[in-house]
Design a protein around this ligand. Structure first.
Ligand code: G3H
Length: 256
C-alpha cells in the first residue's frame, strides 16, 4: 500500500506539471482544507525546495504573508547556507492581521534560519500624500532596492473571495473583484481564471513584471478550495516551482 501511494504522488506531480506548464511540482499527501498537519507538510516540502534553489551566495529571499508561508517559516531550521541569506517582505501591507503579514513572517524566517532581515514599514490605510512621502524615505528606499534585487521569492496563493474578505476589503473593491470574475490572489494582485489582472492592492514592493527576472519563484498553496486560484496564478506567472497538496492537485486534474 505504501508503494502505491508513493507511485500515485509521483504520477500526480508529473500530470500536474504538464497540465500547469510549470517548472517543477511537489505534492504532499492530504488536503490542507481538511487537516492542519497537511499545511505543515507543505511548509516542510517548501523548505527543501528553498534550500535546493539557493544561489552560491548573496541570496535575497522575498516572502509574502499568509498562513501557508507562515508554515514554511515554522519549518525552517538553522542551516549553513540559509544563515547567509537576507529575508525581505515581498510587498508592503495588504490589510492582513499581524500574524499573516509578510513582515512578521519574514522576521520569523530570519530568526529560524539564523539569517538576517529587513522590513518594510508601510501601514495599510494611508492617504496618497502620506504614502508618497513615506516611500521616499531613505530607509524604505533601501529596502525596496533589496526587494527589487531578490534572488528568490516564496509566495502564497489565495482564493480571491477568501482573501478579499480576510483583508476587510472595501465594498467598491469587492464589487470590482466580482465584476471582473477574480478567482485568485497572490502578492496583492487579484487575477481572473485566465491570469488577467483584475485588481492590484496599493502598496509598494515587488511588481508582477519583475518575477520574470527572479531566478527562483516558489509558490506554496494547497487545499482543494484553492484549485481555481492555483491554476489561474500559474497561467499568469509560469516558470514557478509549485508546492501543493493532494487535495488541490486532484481537484485540478479531475476537471479534465
Ligand atoms: O496571497 C495569498 C495568501 O497570502 C494566501 O494565504 O496561505 O493563508 O491561504 P493563506
Amino acid at each position: 500500500a505504501v508503494m502505491k501511494e508513493v507511485f500515485d504522488t509521483r504520477t500526480i506531480e508529473e500530470e500536474l506539471q504538464k497540465r500547469l506548464d510549470v517548472e517543477e511540482v511537489h505534492v504532499v499527501p492530504g488536503d490542507s482544507d481538511e487537516f492542519s498537519w497537511v499545511k505543515k507538510e507543505l511548509g516542510r516540502s517548501a523548505v527543501s525546495v528553498m534550500k535546493r534553489k539557493l544561489l552560491p551566495d548573496n541570496n535575497v529571499i522575498a516572502v509574502t504573508g499568509g498562513t501557508s508561508i507562515a508554515a514554511v517559516a515554522e519549518m525552517l531550521v538553522p542551516d549553513a547556507d540559509l544563515k547567509e541569506a537576507l529575508f525581505v517582505p515581498a510587498r508592503g501591507g495588504l490589510g492582513e492581521q499581524v500574524e499573516n503579514q509578510a513582515n512578521t513572517i519574514c522576521s520569523t524566517m530570519a530568526r529560524k534560519a539564523m539569517g538576517s532581515y529587513r522590513l518594510l514599514h508601510v501601514p495599510d490605510q494611508l492617504s496618497q500624500e502620506a504614502f508618497d512621502s513615506l516611500i521616499s524615505e531613505p530607509n524604505v528606499q533601501s529596502v525596496l532596492k533589496l526587494i527589487h534585487a531578490a534572488t528568490m521569492v516564496v509566495h502564497g496563493i489565495g482564493d480571491a473571495r477568501t482573501m478579499a474578505e480576510r483583508r476587510d476589503t472595501a465594498p467598491d473593491v469587492l464589487k470590482k473583484l466580482e465584476d471582473g470574475n477574480a478567482v485568485a490572489e497572490a502578492f496583492g494582485y487579484y487575477f481572473d481564471a485566465d491570469g488577467g489582472i483584475v485588481h492590484k492592492v496599493t502598496t509598494i514592493g515587488l511588481q508582477l513584471e519583475e518575477l520574470t527576472t527572479i531566478p527562483a519563484i516558489i509558490a506554496v498553496a494547497g487545499g482543494s478550495s484553492k484549485a481555481d486560484a492555483i491554476e489561474a496564478c500559474m497561467k499568469r506567472a509560469p516558470g514557478q516551482v509549485l508546492v501543493t497538496d493532494e487535495g488541490a492537485a486532484r481537484r485540478i486534474l479531475n476537471r479534465g
